[in-house]
Design a protein around this ligand. Structure first.
Ligand code: NDP
Length: 297
């Protein structure tokens, strides 16, 4: 791995990037650079150089140095990924409400010497649910499988959008405890699914089922739990964006309306782009770049 000073020596003022460990697999440079290249010249003063989106491999004990270097080199902002989404908060001057409630930041912006922290994964999920799955959660119950970082984001967003009850199941029940750090209004709209038998009956009753586990990342993965049942009235969302998962295929076979996680990824990136540039993101260009990459073009 190159040292951080060397990694940051490639940048110019106004650039952006992603910090994480690992970070090589990130698809964000693909769609952000496509957006900057095709869009920047048309809308910005041509004297201002086109921003470039970089990947920075940043270990846990290098986080403070990375944020300092980003400020010193006058970066516009950064995306933050595993394992820094929570620890980066101590370097942030202001947090947006979602980031504060979740205790997780995936976007930084540097303005007038201040570091602002945002969580755009929340917007990514909301926009994808509305525009792609065309599901309005208001007044309806939903089931989330998985209580990791992504499950928590989705639970918060569904409650904010007025879901009547959010059922959450996790393989390891210990992980469900963290939801109870939230205030009583939020907690009163969360119900833990205690057993796999209960999971079967809840999955039959709710209109919306979301896979927020990492099951499906590997090609041979099956369902997060064999007790899940799909039917033709279900709306089904899988956060995995690498392939059509067994979860998605099973739901489709039952006649459900199904989407994967590519839209969520795209929309969270679009929101980061909007925070950094103050302009609407060129979604079609970003989507096309992402799809070409996924199809190996
Ligand atoms: P975490 O590590 O925080 O959580 C992983 C979750 O998966 C936990 O609930 C874990 O359960 C569960 N899990 C793992 N293996 C199994 C298994 N064999 N059976 C049942 N449950 C299992 O990860 P994140 O929440 O950050 O990410 C989850 C997924 O979401 C990732 O695959 C990531 O790629 C995807 N993602 C997609 C985004 C998008 O934009 N589409 C954005 C962010 C993430 P347990 O606690 O029992 O281990």
């Amino acid at each position: 791995m190159e040292n951080l000073v060397k990694q940051f020596s490639q940048v110019k003022p106004g650039d952006v990037g992603i910090i994480g460990d690992p970070v090589e697999h990130s698809l964000s440079p693909v769609f952000h650079n496509a957006a900057f290249k095709t869009w920047w010249g048309a809308f910005r003063d041509r004297d201002e150089l086109t921003p470039v989106y970089h990947r920075f491999h940043v270990l846990h004990d290098q986080l403070a140095e990375a944020v300092d270097l980003a400020k010193k080199h006058q970066l516009r902002g950064l995306n933050v990924t595993i394992p820094h989404k929570e620890t980066v908060i101590k370097f942030v001057d202001n947090l947006d409400p979602a980031a504060e409630r979740l205790g997780a930041v995936n976007t930084l912006s540097f303005q007038e010497g201040k570091v602002k922290g945002f969580n755009t994964d929340v917007d990514g999920f909301r926009r994808s649910l509305e525009r792609e799955l065309e599901f309005d959660p208001e007044g309806k119950p939903a089931l989330i499988l998985g209580a990791g970082g992504t499950g928590k984001i989705i639970a918060l967003q569904l409650i904010n959008q007025g879901a009547s009850m959010v059922y959450i199941w996790n393989r390891d029940p210990q992980r469900l405890r963290k939801f109870f750090d939230w205030d009583s209004d939020l907690v009163s709209r969360i119900k833990i699914v205690e057993s796999e038998d209960e999971l079967g009956s809840v999955s039959r009753e709710v209109p919306l089922i979301i896979n927020a586990t990492s099951v499906g990342l590997k090609e041979k993965d099956l369902l997060p739990s064999s007790k899940i049942e799909f039917n033709k009235d279900h709306y089904v969302f899988d956060v995995i964006y690498h392939r059509e998962t067994f979860f998605m295929k099973s739901a489709k076979q039952a006649g459900a309306k199904v989407i994967g996680g590519l839209g969520m990824l795209l929309f969270q990136g679009a929101k980061s782009f909007e925070i950094w540039t103050g302009a609407p993101a060129p979604l079609d260009i970003m989507r096309q770049a992402l799809q070409s990459k996924m199809e190996g073009k």
